[in-house]
Structure formats: C-alpha cells, structure tokens
Design a protein around this ligand. Structure first.
Ligand SMILES: Nc1ncnc2c1ncn2[C@@H]1O[C@H](COP(=O)(O)OP(=O)(O)OP(=O)(O)O)[C@@H](O)[C@H]1O
Ligand SMILES: [Mg+2]
Length: 342
C-alpha cells in the first residue's frame, strides 16, 4: 500500500488482455497482476480481481463467474473493465486519488468505439486528464529506445491478445499494423495440439504453463519436458501426458510464422532510409511473447534483420505509459490528449 497522494498524480495504466500494470509518478510499476475479475452472480459483488481471480479460472461453482474484461487487446466487458481499473487503483493507493492525470494504452488499430470504452473506464476513476497512447509507442519508450531522432526504430510487441508492430521516427509513427494474435492464441494452439494428438482436453491455464515452461521456436531438441494434466476424452477420466519442447514447436510454429510475416510486410512497406536504420539497429521485441524461447533467433533468420528482446520485455509497455508523461508535448502521433468532459 502506498499512503501517498498527489493532486496531479501521474498514473500510467497498461490495460492488457493478459495483465494490468499500473505506474505511479516516479515510483515506476506499483501493480502487476492478471486482468481478471471474479463476480458473484447471486449477490452481484466483485469477489476478487487480479491474481486471486486468476487462480479461480475453471474452478468456480455455478454462481461465480471469472471474467477477462479484455479480449484481443480491447474491452469486451465495459462494467468489469471499469471495476478492474478501480479495484486495482484502490489496491495501490490507500487514499482516494484526487484528479490524477492518466496515460492508458490501446492497440494501434483500436477503433473509436474501442478507445471510447477505455476512456470511459478510466474517466470514472476521477481522472483530471486522460491521454491515450498506442501500445507500440509505449513499448519503444519502455524499452529505452530514443524515438526522437530522425532514425527508423521498429518494435514488435507480442501481448496476450494482440501483436502491435510499428516503425517510428522523430516521435511519430511512420508505419504500423496490429494483429489479433498473441500469447492467448498460442495457448489455444497447444490445447488443440494435445487434443488431436493425445485425445486429452487441457485447460487454458495448463496450456499457458506448458507454453511458459517449454515454448521454443529456435532449435527444439526434445530434451525439455512438462507434464500436462486434463481429461481423457475417450474414457472421460483424468489423464496426463508429457510434452516436449519439440511438441511445443509443432503446436505454435504456424502462428509464429504469421507474426513474422506481418513484421516482413511492415519492413517491405517502410521507406528505404528508415529501412536502412532498422537494418543497422535491429528490431526490438517486447510483451510477454518476446519471452518465447528462440523467437529472437527465428525472426532474425527469417527477416535477415537482427531481432532482440528488450530488457524485461513484459513490463515495457507499462514502463512506457509512465515515461510518456515526459514526452507529452513532443509526441506527434500514437498519442493524444482526450477530452473527457464532452
Ligand atoms: N516466458 C514466457 N514464454 C512465453 N510466453 C509468455 C511468457 N511469459 C508470459 N508469456 C505470455 O505473454 C502474454 C502476456 O503478455 P503481456 O503482458 O505483454 O500481454 P498484455 O499486454 O496483457 O496483452 P495485450 O497487449 O495483447 O492486450 C501471455 O499470453 C503469457 O502467456
Ligand atoms: Mg500489451
């Protein structure tokens, strides 16, 4: 708990499909938990948010529902998203926050309606000013890349629901795309793979744990293994199977190729001077997906451009939302001040 409040407190929110992270002023990231809410349908009460709610996924009685208020990077359940933000802010500050300035991120190709949902969710926290920042801009800032120079900088931010790819120069976005494909899709790939190969149905959390333990798209050698447990569809009884990094490669590689092709398309449509800069400086990977084993090597080989993971990639966007306050007057695109009283 942070007992400190400020009239113009600066709060950065990375409202991600998988995780919500909050930065406060110079303190940096003060909150990092799964974007999950547990709701009691009988009493209409929120009973848990974040990690406590995440632990309930797939294990609740009928009257409790566990909701992920974001899917594919955008709000799919407005009321729950608002409760999630409010509850998380309440958890990090023991006192009422007075009129904070909030920077909150959205995927690059979020529609007006999707942005409005994010603004409304943040507005009801009592914000004084709200700024929206596109995820790849925050990702580059959080990765410590200098985006102010007349130099092409490229990022691939692989989150739970979306992958945002952008090239920036002189504080503005030059070229960008956003795919509704991220770590969650890889989890589904793993579920499908285990079902087809072993006739065992596993849950989302199990698939994610297997991915984190084994995901390898560099040079899998079958040496690492992880046992997943679920339900045998032929017998209807509990069952388990040992997966190797080679299984994981086969499960996820097709979607990894789709991400890599999207990065190739962005490179191909980037003006030559900026392309030359990217060839020299490389492509930075951020988001949880940057932690997939060997992804940097795989993309480097496929694209012929050095690709590397940022330091602590999963926190880059959140760090960037905090950093953005320093650049409020200079960021040219991918960043806007939102009128909240219209
Ligand atoms: N070590 C790891 N290896 C592979 N994937 C990982 C690892 N650690 C986390 N992930 C995955 O990263 C994803 C979460 O990343 P991140 O927090 O960047 O997403 P998000 O910002 O919440 O989502 P989005 O930006 O799409 O809204 C999850 O799918 C998670 O399973
Ligand atoms: Mg993200």
């Amino acid at each position: 708990m942070i007992p400190w409040i400020g009239f113009f407190m600066d709060i950065g929110i990375d409202l991600g499909t998988a995780n919500i992270m909050i930065t406060m002023g110079s303190k940096g990231i003060v909150f990092y938990e799964p974007s999950v809410v547990a709701f009691n349908k009988r009493t209409e009460d929120i009973i848990a948010v974040g990690m406590d709610a995440y632990k309930m996924i797939g294990k609740t009685p009928e009257y409790i529902t566990v909701i992920k208020p974001l899917s594919n990077g955008v709000i799919s359940d407005y009321d729950m998203a608002e409760s999630l933000i409010k509850e998380c802010l309440h958890r990090v500050s023991s006192k009422l926050l007075l009129m904070p300035r909030i920077v909150i991120c959205v995927p690059s190709l979020a529609t007006e309606v999707e942005c409005r949902a994010v603004i409304n969710a943040a507005k009801d926290t009592g914000a004084h000013k709200i700024f929206l920042i596109e995820e790849p801009v925050a990702a580059l800032l959080g990765a410590g890349v200098d985006i102010s120079q007349a130099r092409g900088r490229m990022v691939v931010d692989i989150g739970g629901g979306t992958t945002d790819i952008a090239v920036m120069s002189m504080n503005g976005i030059v070229n960008k795309t956003s795919l509704k494909l991220g770590g969650n899709r890889l989890d589904l790939d793993i579920i499908k793979y285990v079902l087809n190969k072993h006739r065992i149905q596993i849950g989302e959390r199990t698939a994610e744990n297997a991915k984190i333990a084994l995901a390898q798209v560099g040079e899998p050698n079958g040496q690492k293994s992880f046992t997943v447990k679920g339900k045998n569809l032929l017998t209807g009884l509990p069952d388990g199977v040992e997966l190797t990094d080679f299984d994981m490669y086969k499960a996820v590689i097709e979607d990894i190729k789709i991400l890599t092709e999207a990065a190739r398309n962005i490179l191909e449509s980037t003006p030559p001077e900026l392309s030359g800069d990217i060839y020299e400086d490389g492509i930075v990977l951020t988001g949880g997906g940057a932690l997939i084993g060997g992804l940097d090597k795989f993309m480097t080989k496929e694209l012929g451009v050095r690709t590397y993971a940022a330091e602590d990639p999963i926190r880059c966007v959140a760090r960037g939302t905090g950093e953005a306050f320093k650049y409020i007057d200079v960021l040219r695109s991918g960043f806007e001040k939102v009128s909240i009283y219209d």
